[in-house]
Design a protein around this ligand. Structure first.
Ligand SMILES: *Cc1c(COP(=O)(O)O)cnc(C)c1O
Length: 819
């Protein structure tokens, strides 16, 4: 059923050069050597945007892959592999997917827009799957790489495809159009997101419309395309509107009924209605789009209403949370299909914090594949992911037991049976993936396994961490390494959670401030080299037994370490030498280099792994002359040291803003700190592709009416200028929301509106002026995120973003997620 292509056929399709050694059959396309499920049948695309491309090729080869699309032959000999040589590997991937797409004469819905693509896609899937076996993008795989991989899933059992396409700049949509070739198009909400990549909103809309070039039907909001009518004049259109009667679906009445949203509209001169189980603005708009689509496709208003009423929430997020009994829990309890299972399993596989891994999995519905085949596939996928314990829930899994061979297995007929058995299972010190189809209500399981969070949470977007890492990678000259600074709890963002992501993404080095921080990473299974910036002599034992590498910044420390090394009989232990080139904090001064070299010449206990220095003002133009001087001081110190040693060391001086502003000072490595977390003082926030990693959110505990004459909080410092209302929220200075934010200095986002603080900040809570804002108890409040940025907060209280980030106290639970 899975389509296969002979590699010789692929070669012709993508117009590649190269010799075919064995005419293998290809069924799987790979772009990431860390995600190999079965090597036979896999074709690996070595995408050049990824650094270490050739390293990934070698990894894939070692894992058994023998077919590659590549733009230059690897140096290492791999005589039994097929290499298809092309100029543009990404284009080859897209060309192959486009060819595959052409073999299917089925309706394909193509979705684009700036917001709501994934929700609309998932909802349409829910709405249309009763009749049709549908293929769609997993999660929000809508990029230049994600779309071809999604379309490649098409096979002869599918009766419909629903694919979303995301673009961030011009010329990208033509390529995605060729791959998706939608017969039906949907344009979702057009907001201002990703405006950077376009001249203006019109250019952005025109680019997106290219997806529909060959579509037979287009569904869109009437107002959005008033200025773009010519571009779509050849397409049959179905419009919806809340303002214009001329639209095919004219929504003229909207009211809330007991938490749901009731819409009335005119359609073909009839009055029709629809009840939506959500009432927030975005969900309502997305639901209207789905409604319009169903009507445009010929569904009756009754069926549309009936199904829309039963739409369920779509969670595209994979959340990593702290569990009970010292467990990590990956919570993906909202839906289950084979593609998203694979994504979740990969995330589980990335976790190193506990040797033991457990998978809790429910039956998978609507796969369109015969059960035995499906579960054999599932079993095969699971077998490569280092899972120790398999907990299966559902009758289908029970009936297909025989396919699974894992060290420990439990089968339960339903969720309740699992819940009853949980105490006996004695889950502790392990990483648990919870993955269930909607109907199994696995949130009941996750509620029992996840530590209850006090309602203030720091959310860390792991996609953004990777995005930021790649953002800086693209700025590096070939071969330059990256040391990621994960000191101070990764600038407040987490320990092993961040380190796992970095290690998985092939970071060269990590650095922390103190030995204990390094030990914690080693205990969590982090194996990459780790530099300790400030090693304490009392902890040298711990340091060396954990293979941590000290930074040596003074003669005193050098002596102590050599003495220790002598006693411990170390040979060539890696150390890092820190030069003080002008910061005047730690390091050997230029006048001390001669003496340092004398010491280095006679010692065999240590080996100098790297020599580095730190820039005091790499982000500030007014200090550029000073920075240049620092670089030159460093340069001559390094030369002298290398001459003495007779071997080359890794040289590094640039921190985040150094990477951005001093491309000539990259040397062999850069030390990436705050940029990883989405902040770079050297570039204005609105002009970069960096993404803030953290969102700090809390909730409203109470809303009160207050009079102008009332005072609010300790010392009666706060009051409103007129009668109004305040909200008490669950965050205070003990959580890291500094007292300096009090009395109107700080602001938070309450239901999308900025609300200033009133009165003093208390230890565990504070009050906001929410006069004129619709708010109730339990509502969410944003302290900072990608709109209300930490740069802004820092400015308000006269500090720097570093301090805002690292201040968030450990009492605030961290939740990590992948989209
Ligand atoms: C913290 C630190 C960095 C990272 O600085 P950023 O400005 O956060 O990039 C680099 N080098 C040293 C020595 C540091 O202590």
């Amino acid at each position: 059923m899975q389509f296969t292509y002979q590699i010789s056929e692929v070669k012709q399709i993508i117009l590649a050069e190269g010799n075919i050694i064995n005419n293998d059959l290809i069924s799987v396309l790979l772009t990431d050597s860390r995600r190999i499920v079965s090597a036979t049948g896999s074709l690996f695309f070595a995408l050049s945007s990824r650094r270490n491309g050739h390293e990934f090729v070698i990894n894939a080869y070692n894992a058994g892959v023998r077919n590659f699309v590549i733009n230059s032959l690897p140096e290492a000999p791999m005589p039994d592999a097929n290499f298809l040589l092309v100029g543009d590997v990404l284009l080859a991937l897209q060309t192959l997917a486009a060819h595959h797409r052409q073999r299917f004469d089925i309706p394909v819905i193509g979705i684009t827009g700036s917001n709501g693509k994934t929700i609309v896609k998932e909802w349409l899937y829910q709405l249309l799957c009763p009749e049709k076996h549908i293929v769609r993008n997993p999660k929000s795989y809508n990029s230049q790489i994600g779309v071809p991989l999604s379309v490649w899933q098409l096979n002869s059992t599918h009766e419909m495809g629903i694919f979303e396409a995301g673009i961030s700049t011009t010329h990208e949509m033509d390529r995605l159009q060729a791959v998706i070739k939608p017969t039906i198009g949907i344009l979702t909400h057009m907001g201002t997101a990703h405006d950077e990549g376009f001249r203006d909103r019109d250019e952005k809309i025109s680019e997106k419309l290219k997806l529909f070039r060959e579509s037979e039907l287009l569904i869109y909001n009437y107002e959005t395309l008033l200025d773009h009518k010519v571009e779509i004049e050849n397409i049959k259109c179905f419009t919806w509107s809340r303002k214009f009667k001329i639209a095919d679906l004219y929504v003229f009445s909207e009211t809330t009924i007991s938490g749901r949203y009731y819409l009335r509209a005119l359609f073909k001169d009839d009055e029709i209605e629809c009840l939506i189980p959500y009432r927030d603005e975005a969900s309502v708009e997305n639901a209207i789009i789905c409604w319009a689509t169903m009507l445009a496709m010929g569904y009756s208003p009754d069926i549309a209403d009936d199904r829309i009423e039963r739409l369920t929430a779509v969670s595209m997020r994979l959340e990593l949370k702290q569990g009970i009994n010292n467990c990590s829990v990956i919570d993906d309890s909202y839906n289950s299909d084979i593609q998203s299972l694979e994504i979740a399993l990969n995330f589980l596989d990335q976790q190193n914090q506990y040797p033991k891994k457990t998978l809790i999995l429910s039956d998978i519905y609507q796969s369109g594949v015969e059960q035995p085949v499906l579960y054999e596939q599932v079993a095969h996928m699971i077998s490569s992911k280092h899972i120790h314990r398999f907990i299966a829930v559902g009758e289908a899994l029970g009936q297909n037991k025989q396919h699974f061979t894992l060290p420990e297995m439990h089968f339960y007929k339903d969720t309740q049976a699992l819940i009853d058995a949980l105490p006996k299972l004695n889950l502790h010190d392990e990483t648990i993936l919870i993955k269930g189809s909607r109907a199994f209500e696995f949130e009941r399981v996750s509620r029992l396994l996840v530590q209850k969070a006090h309602e203030t949470v720091l959310e860390i977007n792991l996609n953004s961490v990777i995005n930021n890492l790649n953002f800086y990678r693209l700025k590096l000259q070939p071969g330059v390494k990256i040391m990621a600074m994960v000191k101070a709890f990764s600038y407040g963002s987490g320990t092993f959670e961040i380190a796992n992501v970095l290690q998985y993404n092939k970071i060269d080095y990590l650095a922390v401030a103190y030995t204990d921080e390094g030990v914690e990473l080693r205990e969590a299974g982090i194996t990459v080299p780790i530099m300790i910036l400030n090693p304490e002599p009392l902890a040298f034992d711990k340091l060396t037994s954990n293979k941590l590498e000290p930074s040596i910044y003074s003669f005193g420390l050098f002596d102590e370490f050599i003495k220790y090394a002598q006693e411990a009989e170390l040979i060539n232990y890696p150390i890092h030498l820190k030069i003080d080139s002008g910061m005047h904090r730690l390091g050997f001064e230029s006048t001390e280099i001669d003496a340092l070299c004398d010491l280095l010449e006679i010692n065999t206990y240590v080996r100098v792994q790297s020599v580095f220095s730190h820039l005091a003002a790499s982000d500030a133009a007014q200090h550029d002359e000073f920075t240049m001087q620092q670089i030159s001081v460093f340069d001559s110190a390094v030369k002298q040291i290398e001459n003495t040693l007779g071997y080359n060391v890794i040289k590094h001086i640039s921190n985040t803003s150094g990477i951005t502003r001093w491309p000539n000072a990259q040397y062999d490595m850069v030390r990436l700190g705050i940029g990883l977390y989405g902040v770079d003082a050297a570039v204005p926030a609105e002009l970069t592709d960096l993404r803030p990693v953290a969102t700090l959110r809390t909730t409203v505990s109470q809303v009160k009416k207050v009079l102008a004459a009332d005072t609010i909080g300790y010392n009666r410092n706060g009051s409103l200028t007129a009668d109004g209302k305040i909200a008490t929220v669950r965050i205070g200075y003990a959580d890291g929301y500094r007292r300096a934010f009090g009395n109107g200095v700080g602001r938070m986002l309450v239901n999308g509106k900025l609300a200033p603080t009133v009165g003093n900040i208390s230890m565990d809570m504070c009050m906001l002026d929410v006069t004129g804002i619709e708010v109730k108890e339990g509502d969410e409040v944003i302290v900072f995120n990608d709109t209300l940025r930490i740069e802004q907060l820092a400015k308000e209280i006269g500090t720097i973003p570093y301090e805002i980030l690292t201040n968030v106290s450990e009492r605030v639970k961290r939740v990590y997620f992948y989209e």
